[in-house]
Design a protein around this ligand. Structure first.
Ligand code: GLA
Length: 326
């Protein structure tokens, strides 16, 4: 009997605000976008799981199989087809989307109920951290899994609680613009910032920077790193309030404030990113900021209704979260 293929989709994400807070037990406000990765699993008779479209010995596939088996889910032999309409390397979390789509498709092929979102997000982040060698927090995976149409999600990375927030912008438009910066620095810089935060927490005698109230006494640049984390957490709740009050001007102001903090205190911007931010402002953006890990990737900007977006910008809307399609 020929069994039907299983297909799973996982979206990329945009983080509205709350950057470099996830690994500090902080707050983030991402949303899943409509673009993403689709994985189709065609069941085979043999035991092998093959993915002709991925490099041989692909760490994501290896990692997904290892982590699922460790969770007691044993995918059957199948051939996986991976397709994506998500630009990779543009800071829209294509690798998190790949991990989520792979694991959902493999769960479906195994006839197993996928782990609950937080557990699956953790499993997927282990694929990236332990198998693919890319350190990440939980922001990207949770955003992909918890997406809802027309809504962002406020994540508290300390309690792992999530709450949907209506993304009603009164005709204003959110768009991303790829800075095109080469990403060599990204991994190194990201890991350096994480280490600085760990060190700052240690010096302050707190478990994580979520508990920090002032880093002013710390040696430079640690004090500035702490100030970014504290103020960025505050900006997440201010952005939630701005959305609730239907106040796009306030949201734009917060995006700008986040950018200044990421540029000056957290120091994760590069000239290409500054140019992309300037291009958005020149096109009339109410606010624009670097998004994601930094040192490249895309910038996010909020435009008034009917603004002409800068060349290359992609409009983003909040779409549904990851799911098994059939
Ligand atoms: C990358 C990581 C996320 C998060 C952001 C910064 O996108 O994958 O976990 O740390 O950087 O907010």
């Amino acid at each position: 009997m020929k069994r039907h293929p299983v297909r799973a989709f996982a979206p990329g994400r945009v983080n509205l605000i709350g950057e470099h807070t996830d690994y500090n037990d902080g707050l983030c406000l991402p949303f899943a976008i409509e673009l993403g990765v689709t994985v189709t699993a065609e069941l085979q008779d043999g035991p092998e799981v093959a993915a002709p479209g991925l490099p041989r010995d692909d760490p994501y596939l290896r990692g997904a199989l290892a982590e699922l088996r460790a969770a007691g889910i044993d995918p059957p032999g199948c051939v996986l087809e991976v397709t994506s309409d998500l630009p990779s390397g543009a800071g829209l979390s294509s690798s998190a989307a790949l991990c989520v789509a792979l694991t959902l498709a493999l769960c479906g092929a195994a006839g197993a109920t996928p782990p609950a979102p937080v557990e699956l997000a953790r499993l997927c982040s282990r694929i990236e951290n332990e198998h693919a060698g890319a350190r990440t927090g939980l922001l990207d995976q949770l955003a992909s899994l918890l997406g809802e149409e027309g809504r962002a999600v406020r994540l508290d990375l300390r309690t792992l609680e999530s709450a949907p927030v209506e993304l009603e912008l009164g005709g204003h438009v959110l768009a991303v613009l790829d800075s095109g910066a080469p990403r060599e620095l990204a991994g190194t810089g990201y890991n350096e910032r994480r280490e600085e935060c760990r060190r700052a927490a240690e010096l302050l005698g707190v478990e994580s920077l979520r508990d920090a109230s002032d880093g002013a006494g710390l040696p430079d640049p640690l004090g500035r790193r702490v100030r970014h984390v504290i103020t960025e957490n505050e900006r997440v709740d201010a952005a939630v309030a701005a959305l609730e009050e239907r106040d796009p001007e306030a949201l734009g102001w917060l995006l700008d404030a986040s950018h200044r903090s990421l540029r000056d205190d957290y120091e994760v911007s590069v000239p290409e990113v500054e140019r992309a931010v300037a291009a958005c402002r020149d096109a009339g953006a109410l606010g624009a900021r670097i998004m994601g890990g930094g040192f490249g990737g895309s910038v996010l900007a909020l435009f008034p209704p009917a603004a002409a977006l800068p060349a290359g910008a992609i409009r983003v809307r909040a779409g549904r979260g990851a799911r098994i399609l059939c």
